[in-house]
Design a protein around this ligand. Structure first.
Ligand code: MOS
Length: 737
């Protein structure tokens, strides 16, 4: 019988393969943080302040303590003293630990936790706690003259002489844009189960970074880092709300220690609006000056956001403005105002999704002022080098995104004048926007274990909040080892596994992906080392350069019929497994190149001419994000981000009562998010640009760039449809009547 020569099986990377954990998820076998069973588990319910500023004079807990089933009530009077985590921008510092003082700095601050035998008993007992406050007038408005303004929270950029250049520019636009507070609202509310074994704490938690949560909890509780284990194998979404260890996680931990039993704490939907961060509102001023031919001369972008009283969260609100388009004269400025608000955090496309709403709307206004096609205006201001550093781009296919998108969308058929497309009672408009998110990568480690049955287990602490991390890591290992995807398993979200960064900032594919890539390569070398001097092996004498892999075999390139399977090699050497733990870290590429993830967004809207009702009827996203590891999961990320962008543009808005600081629409009835009926068919195109300057996989990341640019493209389409420029999100029908 002739043996067919093994080819390298067709590569898995780049294929639209199904999620390796899809079946687990849809059959309910995947366990989410609140679903881990423990014996004698108690339930914790938090109590929150009903004032935004002041202090607790008295807190009455006796009735709650006497209520049926109650095991403990913790307030600032009896809670253990905790250490503050040091502020750290990069890893997502924890907000101040809860229950440490009587002081109140926002409405919804955690002031007590009730632990009981059942959730119902804890919920009831929590209602029996009464608090007497010393109330002060809260600072709640961005323009409050008493509020402290921080003017160095994020690096400002200045090029040339922006004010003088703006004054000289023959064509100018200038406007103020606002965006509201928005909340992540993942499908699963955040949950924590804390259990202690002596001085060792285990947490099941809805975190996007188990190492980060472990480190920060250990610090706050004064524990050795090895005495905390954090597990998050599956999470029901997050969008950034899981990037910081929040007070309720700490409350679960101290409650469990207090009652000497495992404690489960699940936030209600309402509590998610004060407890797990949000996208801060913004007020932004953009001024653009240009030549009559549409060359930008001056760009000024100033933005202000709130910051909580005892926190340092900040985001790159104006960051993209300094590099997305050429502008010889430029100034960006980011200001924060300290207010009595809950602690914000990163939310999908943090900084850019908000900042580019202003810049990309202003560019559209400039295009009309110049009578130049808005897409053409962007192309005229493309920049072959990073406009600030003058360095070349590692890759930047923004122009290609615009051009491919224009062709696919039919942009050339777009009449320039607003209100010139109509279908019956509907006004039709087409809008465009550029999109950008920074390329990020951090060091990461992975363990790759080859078992005697020829299967592979990948372990890294990375979490998967939904994008498909397990799938792309399995694909990478499949190709690196030449083993079928079906033989590869991935265990994620365990702080006992090798370190991965947070799943945030679109960095995990490049970070953990590179680690798995490098570690799998080492494992192949280890396997080969077993047979290199093994006279019984057909691979005897073969070096790495002389072999190829596929279908579970290692074979000689020169004669692929000379081959041996991984299972045969391990078996003959009496090995149950072979494993490697490896690390991959970025080099100096980010210092040598301008980097970034780019895209172009095209939107069609239909606006009812009489009723002002807005419908998004087409969206095309064109994304250049390096090598696309899996077009199916990447597309899912982009359409998910697009839905978020439609929500941002037309629906989502957290409303705070500016007298009391209370959020008044903390529920799905009053905080509107898109439903299926709001979403048209969404198209996604990728401009392939494997970027090997950045990492060996050539990958960037698609999670954040997915949402960036959708809101301005919608606003620009609405202007094109109606002639109404709406500069305040969300855009609702009353803006168009
Ligand atoms: Mo993303 S906002 O970094 O989860």
């Amino acid at each position: 019988m002739t043996q067919s020569a093994p080819q390298t099986s067709s590569p898995s990377v780049g294929q639209p393969v199904d999620r390796v954990d899809g079946l687990l998820k849809v059959t309910g076998q995947a366990r989410y943080p609140a679903e881990f069973p423990f014996e004698r588990m108690a339930h914790a319910v938090i109590v929150q302040s009903t004032i935004a500023r002041g202090s607790i004079k008295t807190v009455e807990t006796a009735a709650a303590e006497a209520a049926p089933g109650v095991l403990a009530v913790l307030t600032h009077l009896n809670a253990p003293r905790l250490h503050s985590s040091p502020p750290s921008f990069v890893v997502g510092s924890a907000p101040p630990p809860p229950l440490q003082a009587q002081h109140i700095s926002y409405h919804g601050q955690h002031i007590a936790v009730v632990v009981a035998e059942t959730l119902e008993q804890a919920t009831f007992a929590a209602t029996l706690i009464t608090v007497d406050y010393q109330e002060e007038t809260p600072l709640l408005r961005l323009d409050d003259p008493h509020a402290q303004v921080l003017d160095n929270a994020f690096p400002d950029v200045v090029r040339g002489e922006p004010e003088a250049a703006l004054a000289r520019a023959p064509v100018r636009v200038e406007a103020t844009y606002t965006t509201p507070t928005q909340h992540h609202n993942p499908l699963a509310p955040a949950a924590t189960i804390a259990s202690w074994d002596g001085e060792t704490l285990t947490l099941h938690d809805s975190t996007q970074g188990v190492y980060n949560t472990r480190a920060q909890l250990a610090m706050m509780l004064g524990l050795e880092i090895t005495h905390v284990r954090v597990l998050a194998p599956f999470i029901g979404g997050a969008f950034g709300s899981g990037l910081r260890p929040w007070p309720h996680v700490v409350l679960a931990a101290i409650s469990a220690r207090q009652v000497g039993r495992p404690v489960k704490l699940v936030l209600t939907r309402e509590q998610m609006y004060t407890t797990t961060g949000y996208r801060p509102r913004s007020v932004q001023r953009v001024a653009l000056g240009a030549t009559r031919k549409g060359q930008l001369l001056a760009t000024i972008h100033e933005g202000t956001e709130p910051v909580a009283m005892n926190d340092d969260f900040r985001e790159g609100l104006t960051r993209a403005t300094a590099l997305l388009y050429a502008s010889p004269h430029l100034r960006t400025a980011y200001r924060q105002v300290r207010l009595n608000v809950a602690v914000p955090t990163w939310m999908r496309g943090p900084g850019e999704s908000t900042g580019l709403f202003a810049l990309e709307s202003a560019l559209d206004e400039l295009a009309y002022a110049l009578d130049i096609d808005p897409l053409e205006l962007r192309l005229r201001n493309d920049t072959p080098v990073h406009p600030q550093s003058g360095q070349p781009w590692s890759s930047r296919k923004l122009r290609e995104c615009f051009e491919l998108g224009a062709q696919a969308f039919g942009w050339e058929r777009r009449p320039r004048a607003p209100r010139s497309l109509r279908d019956g009672h509907e006004l039709i408009g087409w809008g465009v926007s550029g999109s950008y998110y920074p390329y990020n990568r951090q060091p990461a480690e992975a363990r790759v274990r080859l078992l005697a049955d020829g299967s592979v287990l990948i372990q890294t602490s990375a979490t998967d909040i939904g994008p498909g991390t397990a799938t792309i890591l399995a694909q990478i290992a499949s190709d690196a080892l030449g083993l079928p995807l079906a033989r590869i398993r991935c265990e994620l979200g365990d702080s006992n596994s090798p370190v991965s960064p947070n799943q945030g900032g679109s960095m995990l594919a490049a970070s953990a992906g590179s680690a798995v890539h490098a570690t799998a390569a080492t494992l192949l070398e280890q396997t080969l080392a077993l047979v290199q001097e093994d006279e019984y092996s057909p691979l005897c004498g073969a070096s790495r350069k002389m072999i190829l892999t596929g279908d579970g075999y290692i074979a000689l390139k020169s004669d692929p019929t000379r081959r041996e399977s991984y299972t045969a090699i391990l078996q003959r050497h009496g090995l149950d497994l072979l494993e490697s733990t490896g690390r991959a870290a970025p080099g100096d590429e980010a210092q040598r190149f301008g980097t970034g993830i780019f895209g172009a967004k095209f939107v069609e809207v239909r606006v009812d001419a009489e009723l002002g009702r807005i419908r998004v009827s087409r969206v095309l996203s064109v994304i250049a994000a390096g090598r696309i590891l899996n077009p199916k999961t990447a597309r899912s990320q982009v359409i998910g981000g697009t839905v978020g962008g439609i929500g941002m543009a037309l629906l989502e808005q957290t409303r705070m009562d500016e007298t009391t600081g209370r959020i008044v629409n903390a529920n799905f009835a009053d905080y509107a998010i898109p439903v299926h009926a709001d979403i048209p068919p969404l198209e996604v195109l990728f401009v392939e640009e494997p970027d090997l300057e950045l990492n060996p996989l050539g990958v960037k990341g698609v999670g954040e760039v997915a949402i960036v640019g959708i809101a301005p493209a919608i606003a620009n389409a609405i202007y094109h449809a109606t002639g109404r420029r709406v500069r305040d999100l969300p855009i609702t029908m009353d803006n168009l009547l």
